[in-house]
Write a protein that binds this ligand. Structure first.
Ligand SMILES: [Zn+2]
Length: 234
């Protein structure tokens, strides 16, 4: 009977990931910025990138064709490795992004907590499907690199989306500011750059391709001014 490689593999990946996060200076700095109320979504994206890269590095170190049965990434291995680890990235980054949204709300004079976005299970499923599709894992090992970072950054994009929707429903008009980065940024990224007042926001403003480092910022607007406006309407 073949031994199940997953428990040991998972433990090694989680151990290296946790060590990398714990010793990460950028992450510690960002946590401090959240506490002293100076963090913005730029920090949320940096945080996501660090967390995503830490997991991708742990995958790269421990998941290799010669460690896999027949050199293949079978579904039951991919599923049991990627679900808990990506779910964990989601929980960490969703919490940080919501805390940063809370910082922005407070600065704008809003008594609203940042909303934590729920997990997008579909994104995990699609990474699992991509990686099990090929016969030789080494030919698709890149799927466990940049797409993992992209998945983790998307948690921040999704956080902005749910908070914008929620604040709009509460009678506010937040601004979404997307800035293209890259040297040089691609055509697509440049085409969705801009300042948008919710709800006049292009659907793609919350999307990103692999290796995209664009930043979306969130401006809740001045709550006091908007409250005056609301009172006038009443
Ligand atoms: Zn981009």
């Amino acid at each position: 009977m073949a031994t199940d490689i997953v428990p040991e593999l998972l433990e090694k990946i989680q151990r290296d990931f946790n060590n990398a996060i714990r010793g990460n200076k950028k992450i510690l700095d960002i946590q401090e910025m959240i506490e002293n109320g100076t963090a913005t979504y730029e920090q949320a994206y940096q945080y996501a990138q660090e967390v995503g890269e830490a997991l991708a590095a742990a995958f790269e170190k421990h998941i290799k064709s010669d460690a896999l049965p027949d050199g293949r990434m079978y579904y039951n291995i991919a599923d049991r490795i990627l679900n808990p680890t990506l779910n964990n990235n989601h929980i960490i980054v969703a919490g940080v992004a919501a805390a940063i949204q809370g910082v922005l709300n407070k600065k704008a004079g809003l008594g609203l907590k940042g909303i934590e976005v729920p997990l997008n299970q579909h994104r995990i499923k699609s990474i699992v499907e991509r990686v099990v599709h090929e016969e030789v894992f080494d030919e698709v090992d890149w799927i466990l690199a940049e797409p993992i970072v992209n998945f983790t950054q998307s948690v921040v994009d999704d956080t902005i989306k749910v908070n914008a929707e929620f604040q709009f429903e509460s009678g506010l008009h937040p601004k979404i500011i997307r800035t293209a980065y890259g040297s040089p940024p691609c055509k697509w990224c440049r085409s969705i750059e801009g300042v948008y007042k919710y709800p006049d926001v292009p659907e793609d403003v919350y999307k990103r391709h692999d290796r995209c480092r664009c930043i979306v910022e969130y401006d809740p607007g001045d709550a006091r001014k908007q409250n005056v406006w609301t009172k006038n309407w009443r």
